[in-house]
Ligand binder design. Structure first.
Ligand SMILES: Nc1ncnc2c1ncn2[C@@H]1O[C@H](COP(=O)(O)OP(=O)(O)OP(=O)(O)O)[C@@H](O)[C@H]1O
Ligand SMILES: [Mg+2]
Length: 256
């Protein structure tokens, strides 16, 4: 059965797209068939795979806006077993256009339900904010993964996100679970970062994942080369972090 995860945090720049790319590459390398969906008009995930969102003709926009759009015609193979539904520049208009459509937050869910492509995992990348694009991601997923930057005020946006998840559970998608919260951009030698992690563990308890993704420029350098950190620098602590995080995600499935 397909497991669909959405990566969300209304705060920008916390590592959502980086995590989708790296976890996606680890899952595909381990033999799973994986689909990544880029729902962000800024198209950071699409760009990280070396695809220009100005050049994309069929994209996640089609999945949201075109009646009976076919996922098979939107996806591109970016690695062995790894497919991407890219974002295109017109996704920026989808927010307003969707407001005029019936059931605007469930368009992606319907598009994925129609598809017959057998994926083991679908990972959905969402834009910052809690608008209708993020709502489409939450409505289409069975669980949400929340990256949190290990920095001061990191918790603020998370509370609003948890409220949104609860509203989505009540109104749009009662399957939705919180798969976990994980710390990104962790600086081990900063006492302040440790305080943030302690607070996250206190608030989220078992939902706080063990893995912390370390802060390092390699995470920004790799996508410039069109690569995940796993491919760019396989033994780097950031690469090891994403392997460990993926293990936790897979294990969670076995516990269900
Ligand atoms: N572990 C890390 N260490 C250092 N830099 C990182 C790390 N993870 C991500 N970055 C960098 O931080 C920036 C933001 O990361 P990313 O784009 O993944 O965040 P995002 O949550 O998807 O942002 P947005 O909300 O704008 O979509 C990027 O330049 C990325 O390369
Ligand atoms: Mg992003």
């Amino acid at each position: 059965m397909t497991r669909t995860l959405v990566i969300a945090n209304q705060k920008g720049g916390v590592g959502k797209s980086t995590s989708v790319m790296n976890v996606g590459v680890v899952l595909a390398a381990s033999g799973r068939r994986v689909l990544l969906v880029d729902l962000d008009p800024q198209a950071g995930l699409t760009a990280a795979f070396g695809i220009d969102s100005y050049d994309v003709r069929r994209s996640s926009y089609s999945l949201l806006m075109v009646e009976n759009a076919s996922l098979a015609r939107v996806v591109r193979t970016v690695r062995d077993r790894l497919a991407l539904a890219p974002a295109s520049i017109d996704l920026a208009h989808a927010e307003m256009q969707l407001a005029r459509q019936p059931d605007p937050a469930r368009r992606l869910a319907h598009a994925l339900e129609r598809s017959r492509i057998p994926f083991d995992y679908i990972l959905i990348d969402t834009p910052p904010g809690l608008g209708v694009l993020t709502a489409n991601g939450l409505a289409a997923a069975d669980s949400v993964l929340i990256p949190v930057q290990c920095q001061y005020l990191a918790m603020r946006g998370v509370r609003a996100l948890i409220d949104t998840v609860e509203r989505v559970q009540q109104n749009l998608n009662n399957r939705l679970q919180i798969a976990g919260v994980f710390g990104t951009m962790y600086q081990p030698d900063s006492p302040h970062a440790q305080e943030v992690v302690d607070e996250l563990r206190a608030v989220f308890g078992p939902k706080m994942m063990q893995t912390l993704i370390q802060y390092d420029d390699v995470a920004a350098e790799a996508p410039v080369a069109g690569l995940s950190v796993l491919e760019y620098s396989p033994q780097h602590p950031v690469a090891q972090g994403y392997r460990a995080l993926t293990e936790e995600i897979i294990r969670d499935r076995l516990d269900e």
